[in-house]
Write a protein that binds this ligand. Structure first.
Ligand SMILES: Cc1cc2nc3c(=O)[nH]c(=O)nc-3n(C[C@H](O)[C@H](O)[C@H](O)COP(=O)(O)OP(=O)(O)OC[C@H]3O[C@@H](n4cnc5c(N)ncnc54)[C@H](O)[C@@H]3O)c2cc1C
Length: 584
């Protein structure tokens, strides 16, 4: 297979999926759209802007007791078939279901990516990024949340106090975990169906990681969180558990929940310092809608700061330089955080074929993940690793490299040629606690123009030094018996940056890292708690306005961020209802 053939095949399949879309096979799952005339007649308590991960959860919780009238506004439409099946996620990036954001070319990172920029895939449909993400359920480490509580001086955000929200959201199906002492960390009656991957193929790799000195865990979200494990996935009965599926679908017939789709909110409207409504665009027409109680922004870590800044909430100089009247001078868009990752590939001299790879109801490959610290007694990870076991008869490396990680064609072809016909352990090494910070900025005051996104990756020197150390730690696995038995070796793709530098030099690894780095798509912290919103998620200095999504995370968690967003939205819903009951 060559990369151009793969891209042609992907385009043809996407075209086929467009035809299937016309059959409306999945529309029965989602709330129907409310007519504009009905919206004009209705008086809303809450308007939720963004029907993504957090927005879907809030829409469900705020309409649960029937006391409040809620309008959910989503820029995208219903999730398509390829979002429903867990194994077809690679058809969603670069489509109409993706905002197709990119970083700017900083001339330093991402130089081996297409157009020398990072593609920041973000869901534009009901369920948002949970409708196209990679299903990992990893809360991170209790200390992540204890640090939030410490920063906010608000113990309600510590892990112990967030645990009931994690449990309330989950419906875990796994006998071994539920029969163990880890059961107290899990829920079985919540909205989000969870299953653990169990695959014999992973066991030989777990054995190798054990031999390399690591703990093997049954459950990384339980009592112990450090070591290697087979992950829990947001997949149940063969279906993706997006937040649209888990929370919106069960609420779709509630009379007090109304939904506007394909509608982009472009401005928050104020009376003095109180947010009272929104202006949105639907079919090129402007509409304004009011809310009696609150406007809740759940547009994600890129679009929430964009919308706030377009509405006059942001850094004074920046807002005024775009001719926007200032409403509140706050550090919106600053403090952007994401997990930077680096790809490694070990090829093993064995032939393999897995049936799971052809069934769209499954995640296609066995996964072995790890939360690892260099100091083996530390209970807080330095790096996370996600390892896909790719069978020898597969072109998955090409697919992942080109369509999911968006590296350039030459690099993907080189990686594929080096690994084809061998079973391959494709690894992401992810910095759990990046120190680098990026930025989301307005390009201009036109809502149609995407914001400027600066990833900031490796702008803190410690991140590079740490990444080099973590890679050296990880590759010790190639000295284990299993790897030696199968002549397991790390492959070195043909990278101009690394040419003529010996592999044992840190200069080699620095060049390798800059070439093979990418985003783990955990964008966060652009409207952080403690600087833009308070501990009750209210925007400082403005009444009636909250932000509830990945943008409020003060410091990125060491796990993937969707799980943190679920807890934030569950807790956010409780706080909104509590405050609302107090008002009347
Ligand atoms: C490719 C990918 C893979 C990932 N894999 C994982 C994983 O395996 N595990 C994990 O834990 N996390 C994962 N994540 C991260 C996780 O999905 C996100 O952190 C989380 O979903 C963010 O939730 P959110 O509510 O902040 O934003 P989103 O879920 O992105 O929701 C924002 C919503 O707002 C809508 N919107 C935006 N602007 C407007 C507007 N102006 N008007 C109306 N609507 C608007 C958007 O269309 C979207 O639906 C992944 C992310 C991506 C992109």
């Amino acid at each position: 297979m060559d990369v151009l053939t793969l891209q042609l095949r992907t385009r043809l399949i996407k075209a086929g999926l467009q035809i299937i879309l016309l059959m409306n096979l999945t529309s029965y799952l989602w709330p129907r759209e409310t007519a504009l005339e009905e919206i004009a007649r209705t008086s809303y308590d809450f308007i939720i802007v963004g029907g993504g991960t957090a927005g879907s959860i809030l829409a469900n919780r705020l309409t649960e007791d029937g006391n409040y009238q809620v309008l959910l506004i989503e820029a995208g439409g219903d999730p398509p078939l390829e979002s429903i099946y867990p194994g077809t996620f690679n058809y969603l990036p670069n489509s109409q279901y993706d905002w197709n954001f990119t970083t700017i070319n900083d001339g330093y990172t991402a130089q081996e990516h297409k157009n020398k920029v990072l593609e920041l895939t973000s869901g534009r449909m009901l369920g948002g990024s949970s409708s196209l993400g990679l299903h990992f359920y990893n809360r991170g480490n209790p200390k992540d949340y204890d640090t939030w509580a410490h920063i906010l001086k608000d113990e309600t955000w510590n892990y112990k106090n967030l645990l009931p929200y994690f449990k309330r959201s989950e419906s875990l199906e796994d006998e071994a975990i539920l029969d163990s002492h880890n059961a107290i960390y899990h829920g079985t009656k919540g909205n989000v169906g969870l299953t653990k991957q169990h695959n014999k193929i992973s066991h030989k790799y777990l054995k190798a990681f054990k031999e390399a000195g690591h703990n093997i865990l049954m459950d990384t979200n339980g009592f112990h969180t450090m070591g290697y494990f087979e992950p829990i996935l947001m997949i149940k009965n063969g279906y993706r558990q997006s937040m649209a599926y888990a929370y919106l679908s069960p609420a779709k017939n509630r009379e007090n929940l109304q939904v506007l789709k394909e509608t982009e909110v472009i401005k928050i409207n104020f009376e003095g310092k109180k947010a009272v409504g929104i202006t949105a665009v639907k079919n090129d027409e402007l509409i304004t809608i009011k809310a009696k109680r609150e406007i809740i922004i759940t547009a994600g870590a890129i679009k929430s700061p964009h919308l706030l800044m377009l509405s006059g909430i942001g850094p004074k100089d920046h807002i005024e330089s775009h001719g926007i009247p200032l409403k509140a001078n706050l550090p919106v868009g600053k403090n952007y955080q994401d997990h930077v990752s680096v790809i490694l590939a070990h090829k093993l001299n064995m032939k393999s074929k897995f049936s799971s790879a052809d069934d769209p109801h499954n995640f296609p490959w066995p996964i072995v993940a790890g939360n690892i610290a260099l100091n083996k007694v530390q209970s807080y990870p330095d790096y996370q690793t996600i390892n896909y076991v790719i069978p020898s008869d597969s072109d998955a490396i090409l697919t992942l490299c080109s369509t999911v990680y968006s590296f350039n064609d030459d690099l993907c072809q080189s990686l594929y040629n080096l690994t084809k016909d061998s079973e391959t352990l494709l690894t992401k090494i992810i910095l759990s606690h990046p120190k680098s910070r990026g930025h989301v900025l307005l390009k201009n005051n036109d809502y149609k123009v995407s914001p400027i996104i600066i990833s900031g990756f490796f702008n803190h020197f410690e991140d590079m030094d740490n990444m080099i150390e973590y890679i050296q730690d990880f590759i010790q696995v190639s000295k284990t018996k299993m790897f030696e038995h199968y002549n397991g070796e790390l492959v070195h793709p043909n990278l101009a940056e690394c040419r003529n530098i010996p592999v044992d030099r840190s200069a080699y690894w620095k060049s390798y890292i800059l070439a093979m780095m990418g985003s783990n798509h955990d964008f966060s912290s652009t409207c952080a708690m403690g600087s833009v919103v308070d501990g009750r998620l209210k925007v400082y200095g403005i009444e009636g306005l909250r932000v509830v999504d990945a943008s409020v995370i003060p410091i990125i968690t060491s796990g993937n961020t969707q799980t943190a967003v679920i807890a934030i939205a569950e807790k956010g819903a409780d706080m909104i209802l509590e405050d609302s009951r107090k008002q009347y």
